[in-house]
Ligand binder design. Structure first.
Ligand SMILES: [Zn+2]
Length: 300
C-alpha cells in the first residue's frame, strides 16, 4: 500500500508538472498580446483631455511622467474636476497653469489645492483684484507651492520630448480692450514630434494680433482649443489662417448665457473645413498622440 501511495503521488506530481508545462507552452502565444499592449501604450504617449466642465475651461495633459492641468473650470464643477483627476489615477499634479483670473478658469483651484498635491503653479501675474484671485494667491503661498510667471517666449518642459511654449501674454499687458483680463490669457503651443495643439485660454483679437506679430511662423498647429469658448471676439480670420488647424475643440456649456459659440465663428471654422468638437455636445474630448499622428475621441 505505501508503495501504491507513492506511485499515486508520483503520478499526481507528473500531472501537475504536465499542467505547468502546458501552461508554459501558452507563453509564446501570449507574447504578441503583450506586445500589442505595449504598442497601444506607445501610441498614446501624450493624452490631452478637454474636460467637460460646462461653460469653463479645464484641460488635462498626461505625458509618460507628468500630469499637467491647464485651468480648473468654474466653482460649480470643482468636485467633478477633482474626481476626474483622481479617476485618471493622478495622485499629484506636476504643474497647474492658470491662463487668466476669470472664475470659469480659476474657480476650481481652491478645491483642487485642498485635495491634490500640486508641485508647481504658473500664471500670467496679471494684477487681478477679485477675491477668488487673492484667495488663490494666499493659498499658493500658505502651501508653499512654487509659483512662476509665464509669458510670451517662456516655455515649460514636460519631458519625453513634449513641451509647452508660451505665445501670450506679452510682458506689457494689453490695456483698454473689451476684456484686458481675457487678453492677459496665457496661450501655449503643446508640441510633441510632428503633433501640436494650440491652447489659447480666452485670448481675444487684440492678443491674437500680438501673437501674429511675434510668433506667426510658429502658430501652425493641428488642433486648436477655440479661444474664448468660440466667442465672436476671438478666432479672427488672420489668426485662424496662421494656425491652420485641422480640428478645433470648443470648451462650452450647453445653453450658456453668453450664446457661445457664436454662429459666425462656427461658420468660420466650417468654411476652413475644420473638424469641430464641443464639450457641450461631445462631453470630454480626448486627443492622443504618439508624436507622429493623433486621434480625437468623444465621450458622448
Ligand atoms: Zn472663459
Amino acid at each position: 500500500m505505501p508503495k501504491l501511495r507513492t506511485n499515486h503521488l508520483v503520478i499526481s506530481l507528473l500531472m501537475i508538472l504536465l499542467l505547468l508545462v502546458s501552461a508554459c507552452g501558452n507563453a509564446p502565444a501570449a507574447e504578441p498580446k503583450s506586445r500589442a499592449k505595449l504598442d497601444s501604450n506607445a501610441a498614446a504617449n501624450l493624452t490631452v483631455k478637454v474636460l467637460d466642465v460646462g461653460q469653463a475651461d479645464a484641460i488635462l495633459i498626461q505625458t509618460p511622467k507628468q500630469a499637467i492641468l491647464i485651468d480648473t473650470g468654474d466653482v460649480g464643477t470643482k468636485e467633478k474636476l477633482v474626481s476626474y483627476i483622481k479617476k485618471a489615477g493622478i495622485t499629484a499634479l506636476d504643474k497647474v497653469i492658470i491662463t487668466h483670473a476669470h472664475a470659469d478658469h480659476l474657480g476650481g483651484m481652491a478645491e483642487l489645492m485642498e485635495n491634490i498635491p500640486i508641485k508647481q503653479v504658473y500664471d500670467s501675474a496679471f494684477p487681478a483684484t477679485t477675491a477668488t484671485y487673492r484667495n488663490y494667491l494666499t493659498t499658493v503661498q500658505k502651501k508653499k507651492i512654487p509659483f512662476s510667471r509665464l509669458q510670451a517666449g517662456g516655455s515649460v518642459d514636460l519631458g519625453d520630448g513634449i513641451s509647452l511654449k508660451a505665445f501670450a501674454p506679452e510682458k506689457e499687458f494689453i490695456k483698454g480692450s473689451d476684456s484686458d483680463v481675457n487678453n492677459s490669457s496665457i496661450a501655449l503651443k503643446l508640441s510633441y514630434g510632428d503633433f501640436s495643439m494650440l491652447l489659447t485660454g480666452d485670448a481675444e483679437t487684440e492678443s491674437e494680433e500680438l501673437m501674429l506679430k511675434s510668433f506667426r511662423a510658429d502658430l501652425k498647429s493641428q488642433v486648436l482649443k477655440s479661444p474664448h469658448h468660440g466667442s465672436r471676439t476671438s478666432s479672427s480670420q488672420a489668426f485662424l489662417k496662421a494656425v491652420a488647424p485641422e480640428a478645433v475643440v470648443i470648451s462650452v456649456g450647453a445653453n450658456n448665457d453668453y450664446h457661445h459659440p457664436h454662429p459666425s465663428i462656427m461658420k468660420r471654422y466650417q468654411d476652413a473645413k475644420m473638424k469641430i468638437y464641443r464639450t457641450d455636445l461631445d462631453g470630454t474630448v480626448t486627443i492622443t498622440s504618439d508624436g507622429k499622428t493623433y486621434k480625437i475621441a468623444k465621450e458622448k
